[in-house]
Each structure stands twice: as C-alpha cells, then as structure tokens.
Design a protein around this ligand. Structure first.
Ligand code: ADP
Ligand code: MG
Length: 254
C-alpha cells in the first residue's frame, strides 16, 4: 500500500528522481503564473517516462525541475537520494552532470564549436583526461553514425544530424537518465522516428528516459509510464509495459 504525503517511503534503489509536491510559480506584476502547481513524480530507474500535455501545461518547467536545472517555489526534489535544496551550486552541477543528459527541441549546440568539440565539452567539467575525452567522443559519434561529420560545425549539418550530435553530447558522461524536451519537434517524421528509435535503444540498455511531448501518440507508443499534465497539475498517470529496471536491474554504466 502506498502511503500519502510526507509518510511515503521512497525506495532509492528504484527511484532515481523524486519530486514531492512541487510547485513553480512566477510573479508577473499582480499576477502569479502557476507554471507547475503541486506535482509529485517518481522517476523509476530504467523506466521510459513521458510527460504529456498541451502547449502551456507546464511540461518544460517540469522538465527543468526534474533535471534540477531549476529550483522549485515549494516542495522538494531528490536526485539519486539527495535533496537538491541542500546542495551548493557546484555539488549540484557535479551530481547533475554525472547523472543526467539533456536533449532539447532546438538542439542547443554551440555554433562556434565543431561536432566533436560539442560532445567533448560536458566531459571537461568532470575531470577526465583530454585523450580519454576525445576517444570517448569519437566512439559515441561513430555509434550515432556521425563519424564523417566530427569536424563540421553545427550549421554545416542537417537538423537530424544536429539532434544526433545533441544525443551524443547527452551521452558524454554516460548518464543514467536522459531528459528530452520535444526532441522531434523540429524534425520531419522520418528523422524524428530515428531519434525515437535511438531513445528506445538507450532505454533497452537500462538507461532511464524522460520524454516531454505534446503528442499523446508519441507518449503512448514509446513510454511505459505517462504523466498527463494539464494547467500545471497531473491529471492522471498511466502505465504500459514493464520498465527496463525490472528486466536488467540497476544501471551500472558502460
Ligand atoms: P509547456 O512546455 O507545456 O508549453 P511551460 O512549462 O513552458 O509549458 O509553461 C507553463 C506556463 O508557465 C505557461 O503559461 C508559461 O507562459 C508560464 N511560464 C513559463 N516560464 C515562465 C517564466 N520564466 N516566467 C513567467 N511565466 C512562465
Ligand atoms: Mg515546452
């Protein structure tokens, strides 16, 4: 039986990210915008989770909270068992960088860096040798079929290729969790499917995927657990198949 509220015991063997009664409010003059309005989310290790909702329902705000990129107005966020409000900036950056990879709709690559340099960048913050960084970036880029684009700049490759670079960058520190905010939003259907297939492959390895999408079809087709968001609140949670944790056990990295 699940207990309610503060009593609820979280099993951090199984839960990688936990949001407890989280709100994000923005003061706009006399108005308060309740972008996220009291949500509790358990991201289980190995799951493929979708956060689904129409435009303006609070998906991107939720993703920023789930990824510890943003602090909540109320409530608590636990990342790998740590209450993030108790960590300083550098501790938080370290634990986030190690555990979570981000993919965005607009790719968010650095235009003045080559493909390879974009993938190397997150590793420079985690204290790995230069040789190791280059080797690893090349290995990941080969996996994403970008071996012949490593020295190109983002504006010299297609949108689909840019998103694959963004996936490679997200994988740089071998994170347990991948957060993807509308990753296929700027891609044509065929290219988008390739990105979704790749996320599925990463999930089958035991990585946890959180997909933010406005498409119920995409959510239902790919995710095992779907949080249905409306006006900053969770309307319902639906579960499909078993998640990868139950199949392969705790993620141990490459
Ligand atoms: P979604 O990603 O589902 O489209 P968002 O999380 O971006 O929704 O936004 C949810 C609501 O919060 C929207 O009404 C949006 O206008 C508002 N909002 C988001 N960010 C801010 C901000 N920085 N300041 C004020 N309002 C914001
Ligand atoms: Mg959004």
């Amino acid at each position: 039986m699940e207990k309610k509220g503060e009593d609820k015991k979280i099993d951090y063997e199984k839960t990688i990210i936990h949001l407890h009664n989280v709100t994000k409010h923005y003061e706009m003059g006399d108005n308060v915008v309740k972008a996220v309005d009291g949500i509790s989310i358990d991201i289980q290790r190995g799951d493929f989770v979708a956060v689904m909702g129409p435009s303006g329902s609070g998906k991107s705000t939720s993703m920023n909270l789930i990824g510890s990129l943003d602090m909540p107005t109320h409530g608590h966020i636990f990342l790998d068992g740590e209450d993030i409000s108790l960590l300083n900036e550098s501790e938080l950056a370290q634990i986030r960088g190690k555990n979570i990879g981000f993919i965005f709709q607009q790719f968010n690559l650095i235009p003045t860096l080559t493909v390879k340099e974009n993938v190397v960048l997150p590793m420079t913050l985690q204290g790995i040798s230069e040789y190791e960084r280059e080797e690893k970036a090349e290995k990941i880029l080969r996996r994403l079929e970008l071996a012949d684009r490593m020295d190109h700049y983002p504006n010299q490759i297609s949108g689909g290729q840019q998103q694959r670079v963004a996936i490679a960058r997200a994988l740089a520190n071998d994170p347990e969790v991948i957060l993807a905010d509308e990753p296929t939003g700027n891609l044509d259907t065929k290219t988008g499917l390739k990105v979704m297939d790749f996320l599925t492959e990463l999930n089958k390895e035991g990585r946890t995927i959180v997909l933010v999408t406005h498409s119920p079809e995409l959510a239902k087709q790919y995710a095992h657990t779907v949080y249905w968001l409306k006006d900053g609140k969770i309307e319902r949670i639906t579960k499909e198949r078993k998640n990868a944790f139950e199949k392969v056990g705790k993620w141990k990295g490459d």
